[in-house]
Write a protein that binds this ligand. Structure first.
Ligand SMILES: [Cu+2]
Length: 149
């Protein structure tokens, strides 16, 4: 559950001249590609090694018509997915993007298994993280089909 708190502008730190050092990194990122007519799900773990909680607020890729932040949700037994405005990554914490939870949704994917596609993640402090994300077919990465750690 997220609560929206009033933003105290007076307490904001001065705008840095460039994006602050990135303390976010991604591990085990991959796309599941099915067909060009079906959105491709993007999965990863985002790790925040910094002292500041941050939020992922956008994603883009030249290999996608649009790259959205999604969350799978269960409304009274019906599984659907919704767009989310942001995903919070706690200080010294991590967030998993996996089936059944948060994921990236690549609309109109232009990729194929074996490709590596560029993805840019944008955070609420203005920082960006560029990834090269491998593409797998329906079975996913080798050795992870059992659910993995
Ligand atoms: Cu989705």
């Amino acid at each position: 559950m997220l609560l929206t708190l009033p933003v105290l502008l007076g307490a904001a730190v001065p705008s840095p001249q460039q994006a602050p050092p990135l303390e976010i990194h991604a591990s085990h990122a991959w796309f599941r590609y099915l067909l060009s007519s079906v959105p491709a799900g993007g999965y990863m773990t985002l790790i925040n090694s910094g002292d500041t909680t941050t939020r992922l607020v956008k994603a883009s890729s030249p290999a996608c018509g649009a790259l959205m932040l999604h969350q799978s949700v269960n409304h009274g037994g019906a599984a659907t997915m919704e767009m989310v405005k942001s995903v919070t990554i706690p200080a010294h914490g991590s967030v998993g993007f996996a089936e059944g939870g948060y994921h990236l949704m690549c609309m109109e994917p232009r990729m194929k298994p074996g490709d590596k596609v560029g993805v840019t993640l944008g955070f609420d402090d203005g920082a960006t993280l560029m990834l090269l994300v491998p593409v797998y077919g329906p079975a996913g990465p080798p050795g992870t089909s059992s659910g993995g750690p």
